[in-house]
Design a binder for this molecule. Structure first.
Ligand SMILES: NC(=O)c1ccc[n+]([C@@H]2O[C@H](COP(=O)([O-])OP(=O)(O)OC[C@H]3O[C@@H](n4cnc5c(N)ncnc54)[C@H](OP(=O)(O)O)[C@@H]3O)[C@@H](O)[C@H]2O)c1
Length: 288
């Protein structure tokens, strides 16, 4: 990978990252924003500063973000509630992508539940908290090993048929699991853990690229570890940063993802306005 050059005279705007059509008909700017960091530690509880959380959400929209990722499990419920309070009624073109299927029992304590009745309630409650009549992208947060996939995705298909969900995505899946799911319902996005420091899902990314399925890398900055110069994860970034002193490590990590694949839709998370602005400026970096 070679050093980036900053595109001249362009104010930070997610639009500079280009546009991707989710499911072939739902346009989003490729650089989005993830809301897990808006809530308490371990995705549990209220934010330390709820007003800052709402400012971050509004600023993301001002900076051209049109893909905001969330989940009922963030808080739980709190990230969706903040989004509804800060942003509804939503400007045209803003896609709030949420997820269901993970329950939370405490900070960083989770269990997967994919029963039909539960997922139907999840969608109904997300609609209420987000103040939406339809969720443009609903992602099954995890496959529940105790529930047949036909039951989980059958429930989401039923909600899609009722007009409560537009498109369906998956999270933490292999190509074989995507194919299994597609026997039940069309799949338009996949959200797997992926970053410059964590390439375990390379095969799934390549599969998504071949199929035109959007790929939302979670932990795009390795949960912040990529940005800490003393961590082994940051080694490649360190050398890049030396060649491009005007770009920050966060911007390099995100620019690399955008460069890696045209189906890549990074959703970096932050609770801070200054970090949000820095991250969105990555859309104007071009890697040669
Ligand atoms: N599908 C899944 O299973 C799954 C799992 C986890 C996350 N997600 C989604 O993926 C999104 C992204 O993941 P993530 O937020 O966990 O990890 P991330 O984006 O890799 O990193 C976020 C961390 O980096 C810090 N950070 C962000 N920008 C920074 C900057 N410019 N300079 C210094 N530090 C910075 C944040 O702290 P500050 O708050 O201090 O900025 C936070 O601690 C989540 O928000 C969520 O929407 C999905």
């Amino acid at each position: 990978m070679s050093a980036p050059n900053k595109t001249s005279n362009s104010a930070p705007n997610a639009a500079h990252s280009g546009t991707f059509l989710i499911g072939g008909d739902l346009p989003v700017h490729r650089l989005g924003y993830g809301t897990m960091r808006l809530v308490g530690e371990g995705a549990w509880g209220e934010p330390a500063d709820p007003q800052e959380a709402k400012r971050v959400l509004r600023r993301a929209v001002e900076l051209g973000v049109t893909l905001i990722d969330t989940a009922d499990a963030y808080g739980p419920e709190i990230a969706e509630r903040l989004i509804g309070e800060a942003l509804a009624p939503y400007p045209p073109g803003l896609v709030i992508a949420t997820k269901g299927g993970i329950t939370r029992q405490g900070p960083a304590k989770t269990e997967y539940v994919g029963r039909a009745g539960y997922l139907i309630q999840c969608v109904e409650m997300s609609l209420r908290r987000l103040r939406l009549e339809r969720i443009e992208l609903y992602q099954l947060h995890r496959f529940d090993p105790r529930t047949p996939l036909e039951e989980s995705l059958g429930a989401l298909k039923q909600l899609q048929d009722q007009g409560k969900i537009r498109h369906i995505g998956l999270s933490e899946v292999t190509p074989a699991q995507i194919e299994e799911a597609e026997k039940i319902v069309p799949i338009v996005t996949v959200q797997n853990r992926y970053s410059l420091a964590d390439r375990r899902h390379e095969e799934t990314l390549n599969y998504c690229e071949r199929r035109g399925i959007g790929f939302l890398p979670w932990y795009p900055m390795a949960a912040g570890k990529l940005l800490q110069p003393d961590r082994p994860e940051a080694e490649t970034l360190r050398s890049l940063a030396a060649a491009a002193p005007s770009a920050t490590p966060a911007q390099l990590a995100l620019a690399w993802l955008l460069h890696r694949s045209p189906v890549m839709l990074p959703i970096p998370g932050t609770s801070k306005l200054a970090h949000l602005e820095e991250n969105i400026a990555a859309a104007t970096l071009k890697l040669s």
